[in-house]
Design a protein around this ligand. Structure first.
Ligand code: AMP
Length: 426
């Protein structure tokens, strides 16, 4: 026998009580996004590498060092998607959906980045994301941000901060970039090594640096919001006014730039202090240039992505969910009982009950013990006599009381089962 295999570094299994939290999040997302008339889209897990290098930007960390890229047997360069937006945009261009007016959609699924794994940072992780295409109205920005906050509130996640910034339009960013490089160049030797590299490749990302010395140098650096054009400034003010009108509070963070190249104007993050270094739960903003960059018609867009592992960790901190056991356990033992057990279980499931059928060949006592351990309220007991007479036993595990019921005739009385199980009318 070989060594037991383990999940690959940076990946994990999601199961047990944790899966209930994932299901809860997914259900809430469907509900809340559905009410705002967002449509779900499922795009492929892998795409042509070029989609991401063009869409996300060659100078970004994701494209330069984090992509899972491989050549397939047909010699095509493919990449496991590191984020969801590029694939959604590719799909909308391919299906000419940008000709159909404003489009709202959401997606949920695994993303892949070759990052250094740590708490809250994985190589395969999951994002829930939304995108709105075809509107430059600040209300679209407000709507998507509000939906993220509503989703988090509906899950009772508290202690979150909405951090807001505007990174301006492309021209604004170019002017700011030049000013920032001018300011930082005399300090080049004092910056942390990553920031030194970024000074030429992607200087805006220096604003993200956690290095205390770099942070100190940045104290007096020029600030992005001072470089906004009047139009970008007006847009930003309307976004803030809209959020305030809906009762949401936010903190302005002039250093918030986000890791991807395609953002314009609104940039935001929803952060928490409960997760240590990995503070961002949601990140998003406007990306008016992306559709065109990827070969589509000029189309303004705004969206966000939420890290599901981080959200689920926050939910776990509020208390674990418990896995519900079967309401009824079907135990059978002896000759001629096997088929009857199958039929009884099927019938009970048709009544809408949660039913587990024993397939262990254990003695009846052991089967009853399992029923109890799983938290079942009732155990249907089918022995040889019951099979022969068509009268089967129902044992109520809390009291030990037993009922005799006929099967198949007279068995399917949903009211009787519901009353006995205390589940009320369906
Ligand atoms: P981004 O696409 O980088 O803007 O990320 C959006 C959100 O996805 C972040 O705020 C995180 O919650 C989550 N996220 C990003 N990268 C990872 C990762 N490697 N592991 C877990 N969650 C991640």
């Amino acid at each position: 026998m070989g060594e037991p295999l383990q999940a690959s570094r940076g990946t994990r299994d999601i199961w047990g009580a944790e899966i209930l939290l994932w299901q809860r999040v997914e259900q809430q997302a469907r509900e809340i996004l559905g009410r705002a008339n967002y449509q779900e889209i499922r795009t492929p897990i892998f795409e042509a590498t070029e989609l991401f290098s063009r869409g996300i930007g060659e100078g970004t960390d994701i494209v330069s060092k984090e992509m899972y890229t491989f050549t397939d047997r047909g010699n095509r360069s493919l990449t496991l998607r590191p984020e969801g937006t590029a694939g959604v945009v590719r799909s909308f261009i391919e299906h000419k959906r940008f000709q159909q007016g404003v489009q709202r959609c959401w997606y949920l699924g695994p993303m892949f980045r070759y990052e250094r794994p740590q708490a809250g940072r994985y190589r395969q992780f999951h994002q829930l994301g939304v995108e709105v295409f075809g509107s430059d109205d600040p209300r679209a920005d407000v709507e998507v941000i509000a939906l993220a906050l509503e989703l988090l509130q509906s899950l009772q996640v508290t202690a979150l901060t909405l951090e807001l910034n505007s990174v301006g339009d492309l021209d604004d960013r170019c002017r700011y970039r030049a000013a920032l490089v001018d300011y930082l160049t005399p300090y080049a030797q004092e910056l942390d090594p990553d920031s030194q590299v970024r000074l030429h490749k992607n200087p805006l990302r220096i604003l993200d640096s956690k290095d205390p010395k770099t942070q100190a140098i940045l104290q007096d650096a020029p600030q992005l919001p001072d470089y906004l054009s009047p139009a970008a400034q007006a847009h930003f003010e309307q976004v803030q006014a809209g959020l305030a009108a809906l009762g949401f509070t936010y903190v302005l963070n002039p250093r918030l730039v986000r890791g991807l190249d395609y953002y314009t104007r609104t940039a935001f993050e929803i952060t928490t202090t409960a997760l240590g270094a990995q503070a961002a739960v949601v990140g998003g903003g406007r990306y008016d240039g992306l559709v065109e960059t990827l070969g589509g018609p000029a189309t303004p867009a705004v969206g966000w992505a939420l890290g599901l592992e981080r959200l689920v960790t926050l939910l776990q901190k509020q208390g674990d969910a418990t896995i519900p056991g079967p309401e009824v356990y079907v135990a059978a033992f002896g000759e001629g009982t096997a088929i009857l057990a199958l039929q009884v279980a099927q019938k009970l499931r048709h009544l809408g009950l949660r039913v587990e059928m024993d397939v262990s060949h254990s003695p009846v006592g052991k089967q009853l013990k399992r029923a109890d351990k799983l938290g079942s309220k009732a155990c249907v007991i089918i022995g040889e006599t019951e099979a022969a007479t068509g009268q089967i036993l129902v044992k109520w595990l809390a009291t030990g009381v037993q009922d005799v019921v006929a099967f198949p005739a007279g068995f399917a009385q949903p009211e009787w089962w519901r009353e006995k199980l205390g589940t009320g009318p369906a």
